[in-house]
Design a protein around this ligand. Sequence first.
Ligand SMILES: NC(=O)c1ccc[n+]([C@@H]2O[C@H](COP(=O)([O-])OP(=O)(O)OC[C@H]3O[C@@H](n4cnc5c(N)ncnc54)[C@H](O)[C@@H]3O)[C@@H](O)[C@H]2O)c1
Length: 257
Amino acid sequence: MRLSGLTAFVTGGGDGIGRAIAICFAREGARVAIADLDCARATSVEAEIASAGGSALALRADVRSTADVDAAVRQAVARFGALDIVVNNAAVAFPGDPATMPDEDWQRVIDTNLTSAFRVIRAALPHLRQRQGGSIINIASAQAHRSWANWTAYAAAKGGLISMTRQLAGQLGAENIRVNSISPGAINTPMNERRAASEGPELISKLAGQHVLLRLGTPEEVAAVAVLLASPEGGFISGADIAVDGGLSALPRYHET
Ligand SMILES: NC(=O)c1ccc[n+]([C@@H]2O[C@H](COP(=O)([O-])OP(=O)(O)OC[C@H]3O[C@@H](n4cnc5c(N)ncnc54)[C@H](O)[C@@H]3O)[C@@H](O)[C@H]2O)c1
């Protein structure tokens, strides 16, 4: 019960990595608000946590909307009385040729994957300050560290998230608010299932081959690091970007053939 007495707010907690983080946090004793565009998925995670004896609240929120984010943070605090941990996890992933990518696609990626985190942090900060401490965890990506053709917008958003993490860690450290990011490699989630459906089933073995461990990671392997960063055991970690990438970023640049 490493998160006993703490309250967490997880965006995109209805599926994939966010779902695993919500469930692992609850298992460690946290009360968890699950904010997701897909309310049905968030509600099913809430039910799963409740049936295991945990405490959760499903909230419908589009992280592209300031009104939605503000309302969701307000509702979480109204239900649980405090906020200690924020996980900025919701994102979209799609490629775009930099020679032709329309503005709307660029904006959608930056808005969903980067500006969203700013919105959530802005809404959460007064509540973290009230607790005189907290942990902000931004889910970045190995894509911020390595080059893959046509992932310009996604990589730019994730790189921005890592820079924002460092900047805020410096600014908020004196207030006992820690800010870190996690950069996963390819993880077995619906995000990659959708990519395999559109890019072809061979995508999964191709992705696996880019990792030293020759497999995709599991959402639970990312969640385990989020638990560490959220818990008092991670109390001296701030401004860090932790790779959970099966050794991918230890290899030289990957060349698509
Ligand atoms: N899966 C991977 O291989 C991988 C690798 C590196 C980084 N990541 C990052 O991990 C995070 C989670 O990825 P995943 O694979 O679990 O994704 P996923 O697509 O499987 O799940 C994402 C969740 O976010 C929700 N969501 C999407 N847009 C939203 C919005 N506008 N507002 C609120 N909720 C929204 C979805 O409904 C879904 O429940 C993302 O930040 C992603 O960029 C994933």
